[in-house]
Design a protein around this ligand. Structure first.
Ligand SMILES: [Zn+2]
Length: 102
């Protein structure tokens, strides 16, 4: 019997991200810097009145950003180095978004 089982692990995206040389590249670092600059160093979701904050309310508590995120994930065809596909998020909003992207 030779049954091939396709086991796809989708949960180690973060680890892949650390290992992927793209995230060590000069181009990525330059992109990241631009994204942080365009967000003024603050989480863009905290500032968006349509997005709930960590307390589950719409009150604006703007936290400093922590993670540069691709709005359209690279694995979904998003542009890797387009600053308009980048946003700066606090760790809370990054977690919310990562959960949605799955
Ligand atoms: Zn936030």
């Amino acid at each position: 019997m030779n049954i091939k089982t396709a086991t796809k692990k989708g949960s180690n995206a973060h680890r892949n991200r650390v290992r992927d040389p793209f995230y060590q590249s000069k181009q990525y670092k330059a992109w990241r810097k631009e994204v942080i600059a365009q967000s003024n160093g603050c989480c863009v979701h905290c500032r968006d009145p349509k997005i709930k904050n960590e307390n589950g309310t719409y009150a604006r508590i703007v936290k400093p950003g922590k993670v540069t995120d691709h709005i359209i994930p690279i694995k979904k065809g998003g542009a890797k180095l387009d600053v308009s596909n980048g946003q700066y998020l606090c760790s809370y909003h990054n977690n919310v978004k990562t959960a949605k992207d799955k």
